[in-house]
Design a protein around this ligand. Structure first.
Ligand code: PLP
Length: 406
């Protein structure tokens, strides 16, 4: 059978879930005129923490801000500006940017091409006297090797800030990704499983870290309790004005802060997404598993990540990696999928050697061969809740049309 591109079968990369709950909450917030970080954000934080099996969640305006704040906490824990944070060479660029924006120096470690995550065998060689933290990334929802990372962190007294931006719903030895290190940083941008349109959340089990995070997202102010920094509509707050030594504790600043609060309309969308979380997650997971099976039908040309017994992959997207001996280029693969209305994204780049913004750090091309390989030969496509089994068989046919003719 010769398959033809069919616009009706197009597969967009992401799909935002927007239901009645979001519409009703947004409309009520508009009527009351209470739109900046307030009660809905607080409710969203509580529910996000419960879904991820942690005690605290602090909502911010992007996943990048979540990464930055998670790292900036280290200044309160004794780190100096310029100290080092170990990160994988391959990630979405936000991971590398966040280390610099938080005031630290990124130290890159190559990845394992099979898992797409930081290679645990290569981390120890990157530890120096200035290393204070490590930010493992659970790329494409596949958990990083947290046993090895936790053992190294213990040995060298390192802070672990998990970049769980893509790892909603992922489990590592039964524990939620983002709940294993000191903090977990999630993105709630539209392409992610729980979305607030734009946004991010930092999770932690440590009450002191949660307080520091609330201060950091609001200019570093002293006023940190979970309610009084919120725009709740109440005029008088005893904690804010009842201190005999200061006139208004909200304008006392304890640390270098940021300005990245989530707003009420974003939280309303997030609450709606949490309401449908279980069904969205299971549909996405089924699509991911089916997509992985499809990739395995073309072993000569492509491979994808695998799910091991100790983990559950968070169904963020489906990675497709061209094998070394496949005659196809990534551009040919992308163009072919585009012709079939199947949206794809490249699978990021080696930040130190393939991203111009990091050139000043002086890393030579070839220093991170595994990350660079993925940066040249890999893409990912969506597995979102609106993708049906019909779309997936169309995807299979589109791949067969390409691979059976090369
Ligand atoms: C691994 C990783 N870290 C951080 C981010 C940043 O999230 P945002 O786009 O919400 O700033 C992303 C974005 O998807 C990501 O994939």
């Amino acid at each position: 059978m010769i398959i033809k591109p069919d616009k009706k079968m197009q597969i967009p990369f992401g799909a935002l879930h927007l239901g009645n709950t979001a519409r009703q909450l947004i409309s009520a917030a508009l009527d009351q005129g209470l739109l900046s970080c307030g009660k809905l954000v607080q409710e969203f934080e509580e529910k996000f923490a419960a879904v991820n099996n942690v005690k605290y969640a602090v909502a911010v305006s992007s996943g990048t801000d979540a990464d930055i704040l998670a790292l900036a906490v280290m200044h309160d824990l004794g780190a100096d500006r310029g100290d080092e944070v170990i990160i994988p060479a391959l990630s979405f660029i936000a991971t590398g940017n966040a280390v610099l924006h938080a005031g630290f120096t990124p130290v890159f470690v190559d990845i394992d091409r099979k898992t797409l995550n930081i290679d645990p065998q290569k981390i120890e060689a990157a530890v120096t006297k200035k290393t204070r933290g490590i930010m493992p990334v659970h790329l494409m929802g596949k958990p990083a090797d947290m046993d090895a990372i936790s053992a190294l962190a213990k040995k060298y007294n390192l802070y672990i800030a998990e970049d769980a931006a893509e790892a909603h719903g992922a489990k590592y030895r039964g524990r939620s990704a983002g709940s294993i290190g000191s903090t977990g940083a999630f993105s709630t941008y539209v392409a992610h499983i729980i979305s607030t349109v734009e946004g991010g959340v930092i999770t932690t089990n440590d009450p002191q870290i949660a307080e520091i995070l609330r201060s950091l997202r609001s200019h570093g102010r002293n006023c940190v309790c979970s309610t009084c920094v919120m725009n709740s509509g109440e005029v008088y707050c005893a904690k804010r004005f009842g201190n005999p030594d200061v006139e208004d504790i909200r304008f006392t600043f304890d640390r270098i802060g940021y300005s990245c609060k989530m707003n009420e309309m974003e939280a309303a969308v997030g609450l709606d997404n949490i309401e449908s979380y279980d069904s969205i997650l299971s549909r996405r997971y089924a699509n991911l598993k089916k997509g992985m099976e499809i990739i395995r039908q073309f072993p000569e040309h492509i491979y994808t990540i695998t799910e091991e017994a100790h983990e559950k992959i968070g169904p963020h997207a489906l990675p497709i990696i061209l094998r070394e001996h496949s005659p196809l280029t990534r551009k040919e693969l992308i163009d072919h999928l585009n012709a079939f209305y199947i949206d794809s994204r490249t699978l990021f780049s080696s930040m130190p050697t393939q991203c111009a913004g990091f050139a000043w750090l002086g890393h030579k091309p070839g220093s991170f061969p595994e990350a660079e390989y993925i940066g040249e030969r890999a893409i990912h496509i969506g597995v979102h809740q609106n993708i049906t089994s019909g779309h997936l068989s169309y995807f299979y046919d589109a791949l067969a049309a390409l691979f059976n003719r090369v």
